[in-house]
Design a protein around this ligand. Structure first.
Ligand SMILES: Nc1ncnc2c1ncn2[C@@H]1O[C@H](COP(=O)(O)OP(=O)(O)O)[C@@H](O)[C@H]1O
Ligand SMILES: [Mg+2]
Length: 442
């Protein structure tokens, strides 16, 4: 009994076969690749990796063999354990592309971090991490598959990189970092691809999708398409996808440690408000009746795993994040599709009504704008002494803008502006209340 499971874009065809009564996976190198030594070598390497690595998160290898048909055709084959489950691409589709929760994301990042820890510690790196190369066993364990592009990170190989040695470039659009596209894959290239995999899982949209307008360097607006995810975790994923490999976590140990810290902080955030609300209520009123009243409202006062942390502190970094989110929401609202639904996630008061009106006018008049090379530097952050829920941020914004009317480009503009943003904290989260341009150099 043999049945074809997958004949996707990869190097191989995947069959289900039976060894006695146990289902196994037979992977056969596509015939046209037989006379490409590099492809054959990578294929044989996959067999070697699977046999070498022993972990529930990696399919067990059962050997490599060559098979010759009567009419002289040669096939390269490898047999491995069959994972009882679907890949995460299929899984997301089954879920109606509904994004995963924060809790799920952390648990999965830890699992994949541990699998990568083993892979990297054996001097291998995977080079093609993406949702379709991760499977979910029915017991909840994630399994990294498709080691067909894995490479041994030997010392000599790493040394050769320095003198411009080119290795086979493996590219999965949206997942592969720039250095790998240029043939310089390093272990940290796996972290970039891991980050992009979680962009897919946390937004329900694959990173290679046109929706992102993705170039290799940055995916700037993905965060605004997530919901209920703490900035701590979003920052972590952005750090995995840092443009320069050296800015990503140094190794899997550092990666796992950071995840651990994030998990702890998120748990603290959850506990503190509960303790505070109860003790404050007890102290202030001392009455049981009031406590019961408070308690009945407690559930909504405690952030669940999925809600943003309360009482966000305003630092230069958080102000930067906030205004950058605004810029991407603005880009969507003033862009060709006039997507105004996210304006209310970041603006309140006069800023909200003003920008809604601008976006609506543009739509009516068949106008839109495109923004390029936006660069934001937060210069100062000042919280109001009397009202802790109000703050002022001054920033320098560089950007190029193209203006379109009836699909024709009408003009373009380059500016560096000093902008003042008045912020207000609503339900513990900072929003922009109004903004004004202090100075403009065109
Ligand atoms: N060990 C396995 N157990 C179950 N299904 C598998 C296994 N290996 C691969 N598959 C299925 O086949 C698909 C393609 O396999 P993969 O190894 O990624 O090859 P490629 O992407 O090179 O075609 C996977 O996404 C998965 O659905
Ligand atoms: Mg694959």
């Amino acid at each position: 009994m043999i049945s074809l499971l997958s004949d996707s874009t990869g190097f191989a065809k995947i069959y289900e076969v039976y060894e006695q009564n146990t289902p196994k996976i037979l992977k056969v190198l596509k015939e046209h690749l037989n006379n490409q030594p590099k492809a054959v070598e990578l294929f044989r390497q996959e067999a070697a990796v699977l046999e070498q690595l022993n972990h529930p998160g990696i399919p067990k290898g059962n050997g490599y063999f060559q098979y010759q048909t009567i009419n002289g055709k040669l096939f390269h084959c490898l047999v491995m354990e069959k994972i009882d489950g679907v890949n995460l691409d299929q899984w997301l589709t089954q879920q109606g592309n509904h994004p995963i929760s924060q809790k799920q994301a952390i648990a999965w990042l830890k699992q994949l971090g541990e699998i990568l820890h083993l892979v990297h510690s054996q001097q291998w790196f995977h080079r093609d991490i993406k949702s379709s190369n991760v499977m979910l066993r029915s017991n909840g364990q994630l399994v990294l598959i498709d080691f067909g592009t894995a490479r041994e990170a030997t010392y000599s190989y790493l040394a050769k990189m320095g003198v411009g040695y080119q290795v086979t470039a493996v590219v999965s659009f949206g997942y592969t970092p720039l250095e790998q596209k240029n043939g310089h894959a390093v272990p940290q290239s796996d972290f970039f691809a891991l980050g992009r995999t979680f962009v897919h899982l946390l937004t329900g949209t694959p990173p290679g999708n046109n929706f992102w307008n993705a170039h290799d360097k940055v995916l700037s607006n993905w965060r605004t398409y997530t919901s209920g995810i703490s900035p701590l975790l979003l920052d972590f994923i952005d750090n995995l996808m840092a443009q320069e490999p050296g800015k990503r976590p140094l190794n899997t140990q550092v990666l796992l440690q950071r995840l651990e810290e994030i998990e702890q902080k998120l748990q603290q955030n959850k506990k503190i408000p509960l303790a505070l609300v109860i003790s404050a209520a007890m102290l202030a009123l001392g009455g049981f009746g009031y406590w019961v009243y408070q308690h009945s409202h407690l559930d909504s006062a405690i952030p669940s795993d999925n809600s943003p942390t309360r009482e966000e502190l305003l630092t230069k970094n958080t102000a930067q994040d906030l205004i950058e989110s605004w810029l991407s929401i603005q880009t969507a609202a003033l862009g060709p599709n006039h997507e105004t639904m996210n304006l209310e996630k970041i603006l309140v008061g006069s800023a909200l009504s003003q920008w809604r009106q601008i976006a609506e006018q543009d739509k009516v008049n068949n106008r839109y704008q495109k923004f390029f090379n936006q660069d934001l530097t937060v210069e100062s952050v000042q919280t109001n002494n009397i009202d802790q829920n109000q703050a002022q941020v001054e920033a320098t914004l560089k950007e190029a803008t193209e203006f379109y009317e009836n699909s024709q480009k009408k003009k373009s503009d380059n500016q560096t502006a000093r902008v003042k943003y008045n912020l207000v904290r609503v339900d513990g989260v900072w929003r922009i209340q109004n903004m004004s341009v202090l100075q403009n150099n065109r």
